[in-house]
Design a protein around this ligand. Structure first.
Ligand code: GLN
Length: 506
């Protein structure tokens, strides 16, 4: 019974909780049991909030019993990426420097989840301060991909994606600065949506790169992602970059699942050499499927996308070197060497030396250099100009097509350890996702099958203009409906059953 519960969609769970067929306590307990059984192996969670989750669930059940109207996801459990604040639980950002730090306020995203009566199971693992594409940069150890536990679940939001694929949670929240929702979605066979920049609030999201960071929904199917997106989206006066505009009808678009008459552009620069054959094959098949569903397919060139990765790896380190300056041993978390002998500056240096991992240090050094006087114009300034050219490529394309598509990632999930000593190889995992972050538009990854060569999930990326997030859902839902008819179920029905650690030991 409880295995079945953890395989249900969020919308099905919510419907049964609303009618009283299931209680939220029962659903929450089933997911906590699943976490207890498999998370020693998967390590999706950094913190499990067992008692509070059950209390929240009981409160939803009491509301229902009292005849109160419940929201569309009320009582459904969720996994929250540990870069968003939630009072009463530590926020670590996957870093030693914040170990045990208890935030004094809730992120707007967190608060909206609570207001919608969504049950928060705990905080999920991530690359330290969301820097990475594999979740191997977490100071608390890697997360494993439930499709193959020797492989990475993507990053930085590997914990959130793995929690979905391991059936530990039906919903999760991620944050996407360069691909950290979409790339983990692609390599775990789940749905990940990066809303329009400013469409979801950054208040209470520990900043990586403020001009790029975007919280968004992660789910096992398109409608669940849309329902969650609607809960967290919308203007927030506490975030100065939040957009004060109506949220498009994303749930309606997900239900419509209709691409007939849509014009879809395949980005020429995001494909070809360097892409795994199975990724290319599934992507090409999915595009043909969209055409058969009535979409008009054209090839589009976005010539400046070739420079996106280079521009991103100047802009992101620059912003993060400044954002992470606040971790100085005085205000938050860790303090090392405070023995009355060392100066304040020496304590700061010793703390940052001990508290930050290699990738974080690498980016702080690059960013500090790129922003230094004499180099600012040549590096940071130049990268910002390239960013404008990329945004113009998108504008020109969207004058002609409704959405753009590409593979989400050049390869399927790679092996744990394979790229840790090769930062450039790691950075290439985000080749396709970064342009949308630089331009601030909406984009998403949807599962389109398994690569024949390794049997691992492949994602298709859809990119839409700013504030046209609904188009992502139209395309994603149409694809999902057609593919699930071919497969006779969801892609995740084909995931091998996870061995629990007890079974491994046997
Ligand atoms: N992998 C990218 C990076 O390392 C994306 C990070 C993100 O989106 N948070 O910067």
């Amino acid at each position: 019974m409880s295995a079945e519960l953890t395989h249900l969609t969020a919308s099905a769970l919510a419907a049964q909780i609303a009618t009283g067929e299931l209680s939220s306590v029962q659903v929450t307990q089933a997911h906590l049991d699943r976490i207890a059984a498999v998370d020693d192996l998967v390590h999706a969670f950094l913190h499990i909030d067992r008692d509070r989750a059950l209390d929240q669930a009981a409160a939803v059940d009491a509301k229902r019993a009292a005849g109160e109207r419940l929201g569309p996801l009320a009582g459904v459990p969720l996994a929250l990426k540990d870069v968003l604040t939630y009072t009463g639980a530590p926020t670590t950002c996957g870093s030693k420097i914040l170990e045990g730090w208890m935030p004094p306020y809730n992120a707007t995203v967190t608060q909206r989840l609570l207001d919608a009566d969504i049950v928060i199971l705990g905080k999920t693992n991530l690359d330290e301060f969301a820097m990475g594409s594999s979740t191997e940069n977490s100071a608390y150890g890697p997360t494993r991909n439930p499709w193959d536990t020797d492989r990475i679940p993507g990053g930085s939001g590997g914990g959130s994606a793995a929690a979905l694929a391991a059936f530990e949670a039906p919903l999760a929240i991620g944050t996407d600065t360069g691909g950290s929702i979409r790339q983990p979605g692609a390599v775990t066979g789940t749905v990940g949506v990066k809303p329009t920049y400013g469409g979801t609030s950054r208040y209470g999201l520990v900043a990586l790169a403020s001009s790029l960071d975007t919280p968004g929904p992660c789910a096992r199917n398109v409608l669940d992602a849309a329902l969650l997106h609607r809960v967290i989206a919308g203007h927030d006066p506490r975030d100065s970059t939040s957009i004060d505009a109506p949220v498009p009808d994303i749930v309606g678009a997900a239900r419509a699942a209709d691409v007939s008459g849509m014009k879809i552009g395949v980005v020429k620069e995001l494909g070809g050499e360097g892409y795994a054959p199975g990724v290319e094959q599934r992507f090409t098949e999915a595009v043909a499927l969209l055409e058969s569903l009535g979409a008009d397919i054209v090839e589009v060139s976005c010539p400046h996308f070739d420079y996106a990765l280079a521009a991103y790896y100047l802009i992101l380190p620059s912003e993060c070197s400044s954002n992470l300056a606040k971790f100085d041993a005085m205000r938050f978390g860790l303090r090392v060497g405070d023995d009355g002998v060392l100066s304040a500056e020496q304590v700061m240096a010793a703390t940052r030396e001990a508290g930050f991992g290699a990738e974080v240090k690498r980016r702080i050094i690059i960013g500090t250099y790129a922003l230094s006087s004499g180099y600012y114009d040549a590096y940071y300034g130049q990268a910002q100009k390239v960013r404008t050219l990329i945004a113009r490529d998108f504008e020109a394309a969207f004058a002609d097509v409704d959405v753009l598509v590409s593979p989400t990632t050049p390869s399927t999930a790679f092996r744990i350890g394979e790229r840790v000593d090769d930062p450039l190889a790691m950075y290439k995992a985000d080749l396709c996702t970064i342009p949308s972050n630089l331009a601030g538009n909406a984009s998403a990854s949807f599962p389109v099958g398994l690569a024949p060569e390794d049997g691992l999930p492949v994602g298709l990326q859809v990119m839409a203009p700013p504030l046209a997030d609904d188009r992502l859902y139209r395309v994603g839902a149409a694809l999902e409906r057609a593919l699930e008819a071919q497969w006779g179920g969801s892609l995740l029905d084909r995931i091998p059953e996870l061995t629990t650690l007890q079974e491994v030991a046997r």
